[in-house]
Ligand binder design. Structure first.
Ligand SMILES: Nc1ncnc2c1ncn2[C@@H]1O[C@H](COP(=O)(O)OP(=O)(O)OP(=O)(O)O)[C@@H](O)[C@H]1O
Ligand SMILES: [Mg+2]
Length: 307
């Protein structure tokens, strides 16, 4: 659905985006991760045809960003980093304005606006001027605006950066619902938990592409995954036995749990459990360490910077 081919952008000698090549499948939720200034917003702006690449190109729905700007803009929705809304217009009118611009027929327009405002919990504020809204409420209106014409491809530049946890959950659920409708979603985020929960695949960027893959593939490729075994009680004997298993990298003890570095959890986790039980351990539950993507991300970005 989206294909980047050596996509590059320079600003006065600074290479903000350097030769990106990767693809995003139709119906995929794809995350773009990277430090501040890594070129995420610049990439999105090129894909939405707001700025032209310096070199290379990209295709959205088979259309070339260098040539087919109008068609691509019709197909796409964009939540920009700094959404400009019409402060003096009401929430409803802001959305209506955009829906009209995209030629959404009246009845569909009314249906979509109502659905979006209800979902984002702003239906009862629909007639208030957006200029009087809080930052998070404005962000929600901007999100609704990016979707009001039911785009096939949706670019979201940090959609949940300014909003409360409960609103972020609504937005995430909404993104997942759009995925079921086969919308392709391209998401820039600094929230790695969110990326891990939502994204089928992610790209890690620091001007250049550092890595691309599903969160679990990336984690596996670095061998960073950890298995947590929560026990009634940890003993020396159990720790020593687990350390000896093939495929176990290291074992840490934290209170009543073992943190076991494993390369291939599918293969090694059952062995760990057997070994623990065989040495008299009583297992309460077994889980993967949360924030695995965070660790992967930090390692890859650091390696990318030093190399
Ligand atoms: N219009 C512009 N003119 C000059 N330089 C620019 C322009 N837009 C972006 N840059 C530069 O390009 C680089 C990448 O910026 P970009 O906004 O794409 O980063 P980002 O990954 O979105 O960062 P953040 O996480 O902070 O949003 C930065 O060094 C920035 O200063
Ligand atoms: Mg940005």
């Amino acid at each position: 659905m989206i294909r980047l081919e050596r996509l590059t952008k320079e600003f006065d000698g600074l290479t903000a985006v350097d030769g990106l090549t990767f693809e995003v499948e139709e119906g995929e939720i794809f995350g773009l991760l990277g430090p501040n200034g890594a070129g995420k917003t610049t990439t999105v702006r090129m894909l939405c045809c707001l700025i032209k690449p310096t070199a290379g190109t990209a295709f959205v729905g088979g259309l070339d960003v260098r040539k087919d700007a109008i068609e691509i803009r019709e197909m796409c929705g964009l939540l920009p980093e700094a959404p400009g809304l019409y402060g003096e217009l009401s929430a409803y009118r802001n959305l209506e304005f955009y829906a009209k611009l995209y030629g959404v027929p009246r009845s569909k327009r009314e249906e979509n606006i109502k659905k979006l405002l209800k979902m984002l919990d702003l239906w009862d504020r629909k007639d208030d001027p957006v200029g009087t809204f809080s930052k998070g409420m404005q962000q929600k209106i901007a999100i609704a605006r990016s979707m009001v014409h039911e785009p096939r491809v949706l670019f979201l530049d940090e959609p949940t950066a300014a909003i409360s946890p409960e609103a972020a959950k609504v937005v995430r659920d909404f993104i997942l619902e759009l995925k079921h409708e086969r919308c392709t979603i391209f998401l820039c985020t600094h929230n790695l938990d969110e990326a891990e929960r939502l994204c089928d695949r992610v790209a890690i960027l620091n001007s250049r592409l550092i890595a691309v893959g599903s969160p679990s593939e990336l984690e596996k490729s670095l061998g960073l995954g950890k298995t947590e075994v929560h026990l009634e009680r940890v003993s020396e004997e159990i720790v020593r036995a687990v350390e000896k298993l093939d495929g176990v990298r290291d074992v840490e003890v934290s209170g009543n749990k073992l943190l076991v570095g494993v390369r291939d959890p599918d293969e090694v986790n059952p062995l760990i459990v057997e070994t623990v039980v065989g040495h008299g351990g009583r297992v309460r539950y077994v889980t993967r360490t949360p924030h695995a993507l965070e660790e992967t991300y930090l390692k890859l970005v650091r390696e990318g910077e030093s190399g």
